[in-house]
Design a protein around this ligand. Sequence first.
Ligand code: PLP
Length: 474
Amino acid sequence: MPGTPPIKKKEVLNSLKDLLSKDMDPHSGRLWSYVYETGVSELRELAEESYILSLWRNMLDPTVFPSVLELEKSVVSFVAGLFGAPDTTVGNFTSGGTESNFMAVLAAREWFYAKNGRSGVPKLIAPATVHPSVIKSAWLLGVKPVLTPVDSEYKANVDELVSNVDDSTALVVLSSPNYPFGTFDPVRDVAEFLEKKNVWLHVDSCLGFAIPFARMNGRDIPLQGLNIERVDSMSVDLHKLGYAPRGSSTILYRDRDRRKNAFFVYSKWPGYPIVNQILLSSRTSGPLAASWSLIKALGVEGYKTLTRYAFDAREKLIGAMVKQGFRVEGNPPYIVLAFSHGELDLVDFSRKAGEKHWHVQVQPGSKKMGYPMTVHFTVTPVHISLVNGFARDLDEIVSETRKLSELGKDPMLEALKTVSPSEVSTAAPLIMQLLGGSGGGLEGADLSFISRYIYELDPDVVEALFREVSNALL
Ligand SMILES: Cc1ncc(COP(=O)(O)O)c(C=O)c1O
């Protein structure tokens, strides 16, 4: 090479580090959602080194990069084995839960079309707690989502769900467990109802990777997926409770016949033939390599130990929260928990926790839809070293929250209560002012009030507002 352009490596990296320093440290264990952390630095190093080693490989064509095929088969077969899937099971590594769920909806739609012809709009039926990635997939794929009520533990109400199944139903999606409350839909009951029906059954177990290990540790948690004969597909993420870096998930199908529906194959152009088993085409195999290495390094025993730490932290967390008057919603047996509180304003609670450098996610719920406002906790192994410190801080966080004077009426909120979704674009500039400036970014803005708005306002108005404001700011 005759010469390299001036690249100012140090300066560029320093600017990047400056930007990164604005974030919370994802490894600190001070976030109770968004990141899934073991707290074991050697594991993190292993994942990072594996990721970097494979970073520039392209999963587009395994004939050029044969490593990706072997790594993928190995990861898929480990996950399938954990969930007692049959020998016929096949699957693929995807970029995340959203893509895995998308593949299930696509495969089910094509399966349905193959049997019923391409006319009409196929239906997807799921309980209201299903992850929005499923609704998004339906939207993208021209499938009509029908959401059905949940019971007092936020599990699918089986009667309500199955009463919606008819000839135009392509698939049913259940969660094992769901994100908002960590509770488990009764997959076996729905599977029984669907026994003789030609309807695809997908289980979203994106949060479920720790289930098999928790069971091996003696926990009474349902194993629900391809081990149940009537289930057609399931999604399991590695980048959640498998502790792999972002971009790591699997979609598993009962057999090749079912997966065949999900392939996109194209050769009617002058370039290379496209054969895609998943939505994405070109992509790095970094996350796949990192997932593979973590599985090799930890094995079943390693994951069992980490899972035990997470559950031990769970017990301590529940004890500390209940002592402060919080209530676990839905009685979940797992490490995904939502707490409500009879008196405390949870938006203020989360803000006060933030002042003590804890990130607590508020789940706004919805007054209109009858969902309580809660705070969400996904407990991971790192929390075993921090939960006592959190419990100590909790005393102060709660008493500080109680001290906050009663808020007067928020005039903006009151005004928005009178706005219809179609009028939202006129209200958006006002919201932007509230966020701290029209052209400005979100840096430093206190966005916690948004959860109150979401709880109080009509969900259609909330969605229209998000679209307007995000489109203007991001
Ligand atoms: C149950 C469930 N399904 C799907 C998803 C979507 O996963 P991702 O964010 O990896 O796309 C999530 C994310 O939290 C989830 O909890």
